[in-house]
Design a protein around this ligand. Structure first.
Ligand code: FMN
Ligand code: MN
Length: 454
């Protein structure tokens, strides 16, 4: 049996991590509010107003405990386990004739995005959004596949707006279709095992097939079937697949939208998507992804980011006794590195690399020892409070290029630049204990622990 959203749902339920919401909910007001407030449990909405027969699942995963379940390991071993599975190599997809996602097929005028119980995510968003659609496209020149998250704005006219950040691989491929004056075929997966989501948020070179990354994370090949109306393949065991075309040379207003920063991203003219078919399970469960800070969506970004950083940081200056990395201490603008420092200066060297990686997000980098739980914000704060002498342990590096959605950094767009740009500083906080090479200095930092009965 292929791993899919239902096998994960069962796992959550068995572990007592799922709450069934049995009162009726409204896609416009209730689902977003309930998901936003549920940081501890996954929610399965059983009764959705105007959508008889539909169920909606969200906040699955809602936290590192839920992610640990998906990986079959403890939260603090997830990053290392992700790295281990990737290091074993990509797993090729296999083709199957059919699958559960073909149980119901809506074509043409029946294939309306409004037929899905997509919800309103933030109060100032212009309407309902699909934030958790995994968009599969193929490069028209090389035939190589790409899968990534791109939010889709569900409009009353049954078209959808799409946001492809300039420079992202889907955008790059779309521009190739546009140059040929052809629509870009796109299959959108809604509802599958969490590994598909981590794979879609994983950044690699253009041409890397994220479905093969999903195969590596799942430990089994992804099964694909042909789409009905477009020349693409999509996962056979998804809940729902939208078969679409992104139109060339058309731009219409999209946004503002509840961004991962916890603020609204700007409205702008962006491409438009037409849906040709919807294929789904006969009792499909809609997978809602609530965007904005500290919800499910942050983990999809933060985990592949932590993995990429982990792979690099363990090699700083040849070797680091690196334990774990977290990019979800409050925001992906922070990074927490867990390591055992062996000598003075080592932690700061690692922090320099953590604040200057292949991502432009990380602005504040903190290093802690193994005795600090990096998934507990209170514990990280404790380490900063009790192990940091600011004049010695805090370093600010001025005038570094920052993330474009970081409103706290001044924007310098316009000075001969074609894309928007911000410049600000980075902060390194060494909250580790003195290194193991200085055991006398390290000793006073042994933590108080309660008596151990074992
Ligand atoms: C919940 C969620 C929503 C996202 N929405 C968008 C989006 O609307 N547009 C976009 O360009 N990237 C979005 N991203 C980020 C990209 O999907 C992500 O960076 C991905 O790795 C890019 O793939 P690529 O390396 O193939 O370009 C989102 C990520 C997540 C986790
Ligand atoms: Mn890609």
């Amino acid at each position: 049996m292929a791993k899919d959203m239902r096998s994960y749902l069962e796992q959550l339920e068995r572990a007592g991590e799922l709450t069934r919401v049995t009162d009726q909910v409204d896609v416009d007001v209730d689902i977003g509010r309930r998901l936003f407030g549920s940081r501890d449990k996954a929610l399965l909405f059983d009764k959705v107003k105007d959508y008889p027969g539909w169920k909606v699942l969200g906040q699955a995963p809602a936290n590192m405990r839920h992610i640990g379940l998906a990986f079959g390991t403890e939260p603090n071993k997830v990053v290392a386990e992700f790295v281990r599975r990737l290091d074993k190599g990509l797993v090729k997809c296999s083709m199957v004739d059919s699958g559960p996602v073909k149980q119901k097929i809506l074509i043409g005028s029946d294939a309306r995005p409004l037929a899905l119980p997509a919800h309103v995510i933030g109060e100032k968003d212009p309407g309902r959004y699909i934030a958790g659609g995994l968009c599969i496209v193929k490069d028209p020149e090389t035939g190589l596949r790409n899968m990534a998250f791109h939010r889709l704005q569900v409009r009353d006219d049954n078209k959808m707006g799409i946001f492809m950040v300039e420079g992202r691989q889907t955008w790059h491929i779309y521009r190739k279709y546009e140059a040929m004056n052809r629509p870009m075929p796109m299959a959108v997966v809604i509802g599958h095992h969490p590994m598909y989501y981590f794979a879609a948020a994983y950044t690699g070179p253009l041409g890397l097939d994220e479905l093969e990354v999903a195969g590596a994370l799942l430990g089994e090949p992804v099964e694909l079937t042909r789409c009905e109306t477009i020349d693409l393949e999509a996962p056979a065991c998804a809940e729902i697949v939208l078969e679409c075309e992104v139109l060339p040379h058309i731009r219409e207003p999209e946004g503002p939208f509840s961004e991962f920063t916890g603020y609204y991203g700007p409205r702008a003219d962006r491409p438009v998507v037409m849906t040709k078919a919807i294929t789904m399970r006969k009792d499909a469960i809609y997978k809602a992804v609530q965007s904005a800070a500290l919800t499910e969506s942050i983990f999809y970004n933060a985990l592949p980011m932590a993995v990429a950083l982990f792979r690099d940081l363990r090699n700083v200056a040849g070797y680091v006794d690196l334990k774990d990395v977290s990019c979800n201490w409050g925001s992906t603008f922070n990074v927490v590195v867990q390591m055992t420092p062996r000598f003075y200066g080592e932690a700061r060297q690692v922090l320099l690399a953590a604040a200057s990686s292949l991502y432009s997000h990380q602005k504040i980098a903190v290093a802690v020892d193994e005795d600090v739980d990096i998934y507990d914000p209170q514990d990280v704060a404790w380490a900063i409070a009790t192990r940091v002498n600011p004049e010695r342990d805090v370093t600010v590096i001025p005038s570094v290029r920052g993330h474009i959605l970081d409103n706290s950094l001044p924007e310098v767009t316009g000075q001969g630049l074609t894309t928007r740009h911000r410049i600000g500083s980075r902060m390194l906080i060494d909250a580790t204990k003195p290194p193991t090479s200085d055991p006398e200095a390290r000793k006073p930092f042994d933590r108080v622990r309660p008596p151990n009965p074992k």
